[in-house]
Design a binder for this molecule. Structure first.
Ligand code: HEC
Length: 107
């Protein structure tokens, strides 16, 4: 009987841990919707910086939300090397701001 209970506990905790990590965050959903994942992942390099690196670089920069929101829409190059980020005109101003805030809160 005790063994049976232990088994239930193990399965139960594995299940709840699984559902937590399988649930995409608000940031992941926005990145997916706006096609950012083609180039950026949160903590693995693909093309361009990881979003965690971006959060580290701008930590403590009070103008960073505005700066990054503008860059998300306009694209650009030269900050992280010579790779070019094309303009992401499909992103609304409100969404660009929201993504910038969520990226900056990573760490
Ligand atoms: C075709 C590839 C590509 C796509 C798609 C793309 N990016 Fe980028 N992104 C880059 C590259 C390359 C850089 C580095 C640019 C530089 O060095 O100035 C970059 C830089 C950034 C930065 C850091 C800007 C800075 O000046 O430090 C942020 C934030 C960012 N991207 C967010 C996004 C978001 C959000 C999306 C989706 C709406 C997106 N990117 C789509 C390639 C891409």
């Amino acid at each position: 009987m005790l063994r049976f209970l232990a088994l239930i506990l193990v399965i139960g905790s594995a299940f709840s841990a699984g559902t937590v990590s399988a649930e995409p965050s608000e940031l992941q959903l926005l990145l997916q919707k706006n096609n950012c994942l083609a180039c950026h992942m949160i903590d693995k390099r693909k093309y361009g910086p990881t979003l965690k690196e971006v959060a580290e670089k701008y930590a403590g920069d009070s103008g960073a939300v505005e700066k990054l929101a503008a860059k998300i829409k306009a694209g650009g190059t030269g900050v992280w090397g010579e790779d070019v980020m094309p303009p992401q005109a499909q992103v609304s101003d409100a969404e660009a701001q929201k993504i910038a805030k969520l990226v900056l809160s990573l760490q």
